[in-house]
Design a protein. Sequence first.
Length: 218
Amino acid sequence: MDDDALLAEQMAYYKAGAAEYDRPYAEYEDLQRLLAVVDELPIAGDVLELACGTGQWTPRLAARARSVTAVDAATEVLTLARARTASPTVEFLEADLFEWQPPRRYDTVFFAFWLSHVPPTRLPDFWNTVAAALAPGGKAIFIDDGPAAAAYEEVLTDQPTPSALRRLDDGSRYRIVKVFHDARTLTDDLTALGWSPHIRPIAGNNFIGIAEPPPTAE
């Protein structure tokens, strides 16, 4: 399966499973603790949130930001995000993040549990897009699953792109991109791309990264 087909199936999964999306946040204490970490992060000014999902993080970003532009490709999750977020400083946009280019620059670009869904071959372009979205002095802030989280996924082996199988309540099955980034390797990869990253493990299975873009991006 090529990346385009895998990403299409990943999109279908999130559209079909929108009503089940929030369940892990209610069931896992680690995720509840992660949500609270937002208050400790250098989130400020105008914020761009990539892959906002159902808006679990969006109100917390809005509480610290001047404005939030929250982007996701799935209408179904955006509907839930809008219902969850009443702040007048938040704007929601529907767009495919592999094609969309930000029309302006932001002080902070934030994404939670999105980096692991980006195929490795597309990571350089993705980080270029993030860099282009940052205003001078801006930062990218990201949260995701580390290698230990693989124990909780149905990982598919011998695939050209790291992937996992997800199941919905109706029995349907979908393949998704799932890359369990090691903090040290990700740090090295970002450094090679010209970024200045600081990535630390948190809550056992996860990591938090703060990265400044290459000087040329400013």
